[in-house]
Design a protein around this ligand. Structure first.
Ligand SMILES: Cc1cc2nc3c(=O)[nH]c(=O)nc-3n(C[C@H](O)[C@H](O)[C@H](O)COP(=O)(O)OP(=O)(O)OC[C@H]3O[C@@H](n4cnc5c(N)ncnc54)[C@H](O)[C@@H]3O)c2cc1C
Length: 260
């Protein structure tokens, strides 16, 4: 992934915000506070004054998740026009995980030994064989050769595609909140984490506010707030007395638990 272009900075956000707030927020020392205020109160349009354009190379199965974010501008490599490279995502040993037993949409422990080797072999063999067939089908060699737009259909979802992806900062933060999150699939999360580093350099105050309120923050329901208030008063609150479902209670406890 690389940055192709970008527009705006922290100053562009506060400059736009001051059109609405006018006097009283003029000092540079107030910029960070103003950005935090905007983030805290979901005053989002000033963040749309900043834009970034990335060139991303990514496996097709990651692209399918990524493209669900409809508020970006995308131009993808055309496998109708061009031949795809022989490049496939093969998970590193640590990312080769079993199905989670508690979360249908997640992973459990890492595969090891013979099982890991068997899975890796299958992934590599299938990728190699499918690409060989892709090339064979395209090959003219005295024959017509299948059209590129058709020959690609036998390629597996771990083949790499590429695109230019342009998005404004508000919508990028929305993407990052969902995809730099522990619930996102690891393979898209690594991209989101890398984008976080880019954004941190580009708009440090905006990223700081985002990391604090959105990435690191949590939204509490009115029932959860009521529980916190009762706990602060010294009451021992349980799931049964909380009014929350088991799932809500588990997530609430996750928010309260010291991550260390
Ligand atoms: C952990 C995780 C698991 C997921 N699992 C699944 C799954 O199993 N199946 C599945 O299909 N998807 C799944 N998704 C995708 C998810 O449902 C969203 O499609 C995706 O995250 C994009 O979110 P978005 O629509 O908010 O983003 P964007 O498309 O970027 O939209 C941003 C915001 O703009 C507004 N908006 C944009 N377009 C419209 C519109 N047409 N109408 C109304 N409002 C609009 C909405 O407020 C939206 O939140 C999953 C996502 C995550 C993060």
């Amino acid at each position: 992934m690389r940055v192709i272009d970008y527009m705006g900075d922290d100053g562009a956000i506060t400059q736009a915000a001051r059109v609405s707030y006018g006097k009283g927020t003029k000092k540079v020392s107030n910029d960070e506070g103003l950005i935090r205020y905007l983030m805290r109160h979901s005053h989002s349009t000033p963040f749309e004054m900043c834009e970034i354009k990335l060139h991303v190379k990514l496996p097709v199965f990651v692209a399918r998740q990524w493209i669900r974010h409809r508020t970006a501008n995308v131009n993808e490599y055309s496998a109708r026009y061009s031949i795809l490279d022989r490049e496939f995502y093969i998970p590193a040993a640590g990312a080769l995980s079993a199905q989670s037993t508690i979360n249908n949409q997640g992973r459990g422990k890492t595969l090891e030994g013979e099982e890991a080797a068997r899975v890796l072999d299958m992934l590599k063999d299938d990728s190699r064989r499918c690409y060989d067939h892709y090339e064979d089908m395209l090959s003219q060699d005295g024959q017509a050769g299948l059209a590129r737009e058709l020959a690609r259909m036998n390629l597996p979802a771990n083949v790499y595609t590429q695109w230019y992806w342009k998005v404004d900062l508000h919508n990028l933060f929305h993407f990052l909140r969902l995809r730099a999150d522990a619930h996102a699939q690891y393979e898209i999360r690594v991209y989101a984490d890398a984008i976080c580093e880019i954004v941190k350099d580009w708009v440090p105050a905006a990223y700081g506010a985002f990391a604090d309120y959105r990435l690191g923050g949590a939204q509490l329901s009115s029932k959860a707030i009521d529980c916190v208030r009762r706990m602060v008063k010294g009451e021992e609150v349980t799931q049964e007395s909380s009014g929350m479902s088991a799932g809500e209670w588990r997530e609430f406890e996750g928010v309260l638990r010291d991550p260390a």
